[in-house]
Design a protein around this ligand. Structure first.
Ligand SMILES: Nc1ncnc2c1ncn2[C@@H]1O[C@H](COP(=O)(O)OS(=O)(=O)O)[C@@H](OP(=O)(O)O)[C@H]1O
Ligand SMILES: Nc1ncnc2c1ncn2[C@@H]1O[C@H](COP(=O)(O)OP(=O)(O)O)[C@@H](O)[C@H]1O
Length: 467
């Protein structure tokens, strides 16, 4: 039995961290079920080994979210996933300050299983997969559909070595192709497929990411590994691991050319891929004219956000096949954000909610047009991140000067704000942080409504967001 912890806090972790913890707990990660200490992380980052010489790439630790009570060595931290399941616990061995964050290290233990997710039967622990087969195993870690030339190379390599093929569909957080589409693309190949929740690690160098995939494949029982689309990365693997065979680098259609055809919704070259792979790709990467879209109009009260946004919605509906939802300030504040006021936390929550709903609309291929003041740059950055994960994002700054907005004073609010009757009024007694990342700036004191609409439309046409 473990010692009684000095204190216990709960920390909600993002999906990528939860996936990493899951792999550490399942035995797929070389350091075992634990998060790495500062010296270990430094060694891993510097030369791809733990201090004891074991090869390892991932400097896995837990950043304590801002606002969480401080923890120290000996405390227990319960990790809660995005479905609110307290699935693991960390006994803190080290709490180190790094780049303004507290990074926690120490042993992990499982508290309860996480929701297995879709295709649960394909998600097995390394030891279960290792127990499934005899003889040599050629593993192929894949994060995107395999095309004909990949499959030809896989089958040739397997035949050469008399090996069975094991497709490891990498499906963790941040992956380009969602799990369901990857499985649909891989299944018809008739090869043994297992899903591994290895998230994308944007901080890792490509060589390190490739090595990590090879190590995880080895943990799943592979003695040979094939990296599709590896583009020379396998040169850097070595280290006593199965030497990966490479397909590639790109096959007959380089990735940028493939992306361009998908962007334009044009046909792929005859015989390049399988129908299921093409379907999966088009689903994950729709033509730009069919991709979800979030447009955010930001600006002072009275700047013209609602007026321009409404006119843009009408133009988009009249001129394109897009279906549009207008998240207008009034509707949002009476429905989605009813009860919220205008303090900084309330405004942040209001704008985040708008961004979340808009991103969901975009995720399903729709168009969301939003027109809140959205005065804070940090929250607009969050909205941009949510939207870009789901589709395209366009930020329009309606930059009409304060004096003009105040002179318009359609709702009589500026007069009240000046009289001190409305506290925290944007532009008068509350800040507005003008964006420096706007795609378009419209000053409605000098640009007519018709011209505003045409400028937005031209931007959409230039970006191929409307056909
Ligand atoms: N204190 C204060 N500051 C700014 N605005 C105020 C305030 N109190 C009420 N209103 C009215 O609320 C509208 C702004 O709401 P938003 O949801 O767009 O604001 S925010 O993005 O959450 O900051 C805004 O509407 P618009 O004129 O359409 O922008 C105002 O009419
Ligand atoms: N070029 C223009 N574009 C948009 N609105 C304009 C323009 N010129 C004048 N206006 C007027 O400015 C006011 C803007 O109000 P509104 O669209 O509700 O702003 P917001 O949503 O930013 O508070 C409206 O009365 C509108 O008729």
């Amino acid at each position: 039995m473990s010692a009684v912890p000095s204190s216990e806090v709960s920390v909600r972790v993002d999906d990528a961290t939860a996936d990493d913890v899951e792999l550490a707990l399942s035995g797929a990660y070389a350091p075992g079920p634990r998060l790495l200490t500062a010296p270990e992380r430094a060694a891993v980052a510097a030369d791809g080994t733990l201090p004891d010489g074991t090869g390892w790439e991932l400097p896995l630790a837990l950043a304590l979210p801002a606002g969480t009570e401080q923890v120290t060595s000996g405390d227990r931290v319960v990790l809660v996933d995005s479905e609110a399941v307290p699935f693991a616990a960390l006994t803190v061995a080290e709490a180190a300050e790094e780049d303004g964050h507290t990074l926690l290290a120490g042993p992990l233990e499982r508290l309860r299983p996480r929701s297995p997710g879709i295709f649960a039967s394909l998600r097995l622990a390394p030891q279960e997969v290792r127990g499934e087969q005899g003889g040599p195993v050629l593993a192929v870690p894949c994060a995107r559909p395999l095309h004909r030339h990949d499959v030809d190379a896989i089958l040739a390599a397997a035949a050469r070595d008399g090996a069975q093929v094991l497709l490891l569909g990498l499906v963790g957080a941040g992956r380009e192709v969602p799990a369901e589409q990857l499985v649909r693309a891989l299944r018809p190949l008739g090869l043994r497929t297992r899903l591994v929740p290895l998230p994308a690690h944007p901080g890792l160098q490509p060589v390190a990411a490739a090595r990590l995939a090879v190590r995880v494949a080895a943990a799943y029982g592979a003695d040979r590994v094939l990296l599709p689309h590896a583009d020379g990365l396998s040169q850097g693997v070595g280290d006593g691991l199965p030497v990966p065979v490479e397909v590639g680098p790109e096959g007959p259609l380089p990735a940028p050319a493939l992306a361009q055809l998908l962007d334009r919704g044009e046909p792929l070259p005859e015989g390049f891929t399988f129908p299921e792979a093409e379907r999966a790709l088009r689903h994950a990467h729709p033509a730009t004219t069919e991709r979800g879209l979030v447009m955010l109009f930001t600006g002072l009260s009275g700047s013209g956000k609602s007026t321009v946004a409404r006119a843009v919605v009408e133009a988009v509906v009249e001129r394109s096949d897009r279906t549009v939802t207008l998240l207008d300030g009034d509707v949002v504040r009476t429905m989605l954000s009813s009860g919220l006021g205008f303090s900084r936390p309330d405004r942040e929550l209001n704008v985040r909610r708008i961004g979340w709903v808009a991103a969901e609309i975009a995720r399903h291929g729709g168009t969301a047009v939003c027109a809140p003041i959205a005065p804070y740059a940090s929250v607009r950055a969050d909205v941009r991140a949510m939207a870009e994960r789901a589709g395209a994002y366009v930020l329009v700054h309606v930059s009409t000067p304060l004096q003009v907005c105040e002179a318009r004073d359609r709702k009589g609010l500026y007069a009240k704000a000046r009289a001190g009757l409305i506290p925290e009024f944007t532009g008068i007694s509350d800040p507005y942080e003008a964006p420096d990342d706007a795609d378009l700036v419209l000053d409605t004191s000098v640009v007519t409504l018709e011209e505003c609409v045409e400028r937005v439309w031209r931007l959409l046409v230039d970006r191929r967001l409307v056909g």
